[in-house]
Design a protein around this ligand. Sequence first.
Ligand code: PEP
Ligand code: MN
Length: 337
Amino acid sequence: MIIILKKQATKEDADKLLGIIKEQGLKPLYMPGSERTVLGALGDERVLAGLQLDAYTFVDRVVPILSPYKLASRDLQASDTVVKVGDAVIGPGHFNIMAGPCAVESEEQIVTVARAIKAAGGHILRGGAFKPRTSPYSFQGLEKEGLKLLQIASRETGLPVVTEIIDIYDVEMMSDYVDMFQVGARNMQNFRLLRELGRAGKPVLLKRGMSASYNDFLMSAEYILNEGNPDVVLCERGIKTFVTSTRNTLDLNIIPWVRQHTHLPIIVDPSHGTGIRDLVLPMAKASVACGADGVMIEVHPQPDKALSDGPQSLYPDQFAKLVEQIARYSDLEGRSL
Ligand code: PEP
Ligand code: MN
């Protein structure tokens, strides 16, 4: 629940309530504002119901948070969360472009593509070093070697790096190489991994599971927030439906819905969302129009030779054109690249 204090309430008043909330085994939140202070109490619903904090004269009102996710809720935090990854900003006023190959394959591949992405105006370099593949016989990624190559490409271009983590035991090792952890669709409900990333001190890009409801998705974000990490960026990457002509069905409804219900930024991955190169640009434009905070685009120097996801990867010159077009659409939406 949210406890809104009266304007004249003092810090001592706030501390008193925070003490009571803590004594009851609940999680206290202190959110001082320029106008008035807001407190939060999270935990067991029955204990919350028994608190009766509106009995205090310095309390203006107590508002329950009805959604199952609390920290991610707009009710708790009205203002949009802004996430910074290196020099890149993800949040209102900006349109963020993350791009790179599906998988890191070699130094030449990743450095070439990173240079092209930087030159075109991309903000963050992506590339999988650990690949969660459907088949054990498919390329699984270069693993730690891939992380080192990402670091080389990052130093060469100045682009920060986002890459997928698939195992809880890699958090510490990967921290030396990445600026942002990506949690893939297949791990959206790997709750131990989410909790660990909540304590890792780096921003997290959380991709939607391929059959996850909006609530499931935000509950997964809640796991990360609840461990003290506020820097969570959501990513819509398409869901499984009866449509088989595209790899997934890109559910753009989620963008304005998320905007209403949570303060967290959300980006779109039209590469996995469609699985088809020619559909990436139109759906990237649609992402700007529906209010997304950015896109993640797969780009490969030679898509026909890619070890994974070649058919949905853009050629570098196509990516440069995409950025040019997106810049114009973003302008209309009051966002700059
Ligand atoms: C990826 O970004 O390369 C990836 C594997 O995406 P997803 O988890 O959305 O399938
Ligand atoms: Mn991919």
